[in-house]
Design a protein around this ligand. Structure first.
Ligand code: ATP
Length: 329
């Protein structure tokens, strides 16, 4: 029995979460779902966007499914990531049929370091001339993320890890990242995993010109942030892109999209990003067989293209699409 904290949050977060839970309930796995509050509505109701009870609940559970938070997103998701020490952000770039993916042969996992780099809190300062932002690269955090990427490759049958950096200019910080990449890569060589490295500027082009050659990408915080949004654009838009945030003891799974106030309450949000986030949770929990079964059901519904939401040129509702996937299971 897995203990799962469910935070639907705001706007379409509620709708896509209902669609995802509907499907998880149909799998051959025992879950105990506990619903918790966070986000704008919670702030209005309780005075805080992320109540302590919610945080404690997430800490004590095996995983957390998160829908979306509106204006208060930074207070909610950033705080959750920090409190739970969610050091790895996983963003798949995978082409699915029946979508507006620009290429039909992409299958990349971007593994982004999520605790330091240029986004480490409180390292920006104002100066007389303007402002300075420091970029923090520690051996510990970079080795942890690089090792995570190789372990991910190993357990998912991948054969290549590419480290992305700018070591020609950032000689000390990214020089260290590159050095660690090859040190760790050496350990995985005889396990059938190759190591490569590319500059981040070149990579932003390669994703377009030869994206199908990448399998697992590992990179620092800011570069990962940018490349994963480029990846989202390559495979067809916000309603489809899931993400995982992994820590030493917890995993938090959420769609990349926000609360989408423009379509909230209409029942037309595409539930795929949330359902694929749930699929990533199944992978994280080691439930590979059910994760694959769920992905195949999604593939079936997308390729038939008949029970899909308006953003995919269909006229089904969020729950109708969820029901179709459940049936395809
Ligand atoms: P927030 O302030 O919560 O981030 P937002 O509207 O600024 O909300 P998103 O929620 O990411 O940002 O939405 C951006 C656009 O993408 C909106 O037009 C929205 O309708 C569309 N969109 C986002 N998610 C979905 C979805 N699941 N299905 C269909 N359209 C979506």
């Amino acid at each position: 029995m897995y203990e799962i904290t469910v935070i639907p949050g705001d706007g379409i977060g509620n709708e896509v979460m209902e669609a995802a839970i509907n499907i998880l309930d149909a799998l051959d796995i025992d879950f105990n779902f506990t619903y918790a509050k966070a986000g704008d509505d919670c702030l209005e109701e309780t005075g805080v966007a992320l109540p302590d009870e919610t945080l404690e609940l997430v800490k004590a559970s095996d995983a957390c499914l998160f829908g979306a938070a509106g204006e208060s997103a930074a207070d909610v998701i950033v705080k959750l990531r920090q409190s739970l020490k969610l050091f790895a952000n996983l963003r798949p770039v995978k082409s699915y049929p029946g979508t507006k993916a620009l290429f039909d042969n992409l299958d990349i996992m971007i593994v982004r370091e999520n605790t330091e780099g240029l986004y480490k809190a409180d390292t920006e300062e104002e100066t007389e001339e303007g402002a300075i932002a420091k970029r923090i690269i520690t051996r510990e955090a970079e080795e942890r993320i690089i090792r995570y990427a190789y372990e991910y490759a190993k357990s998912n049958g991948k054969t290549k890890v590419a480290g992305i950096h700018k070591a020609n200019v950032l000689k000390k910080s990214d020089g260290l990242f590159k050095k660690i990449l090859y040190e760790v890569g050496e350990e995985y060589k005889n396990q059938g995993i190759e190591t490569d490295d590319f500059y981040v500027d070149a990579t932003s082009m390669y994703l377009i010109t030869r994206g199908s050659e990448f399998e697992v990408i590992v990179t620092t915080n800011l570069f990962g942030d940018i490349l994963s949004d480029e990846g989202a654009g390559l495979v067809g838009g916000l309603g489809l892109i899931p993400s995982a945030n992994i820590g030493e003891n917890n995993g938090l799974f959420e769609p990349v999209h926000g609360s989408a106030p423009d379509i909230a309450g209409k029942g037309i949000a595409n539930p795929i990003a949330m359902i694929l986030s749930a699929k990533m949770m199944l992978d994280y929990l080691g439930e590979k067989k059910e994760a694959d079964r769920l992905e195949n059901a999604i593939l079936k519904v997308l390729s038939e293209g008949k029970d899909v939401t308006p953003d995919l040129d269909g006229n089904s509702s969020t729950m109708e699409m969820s029901e179709a996937i459940k049936k395809a299971l």
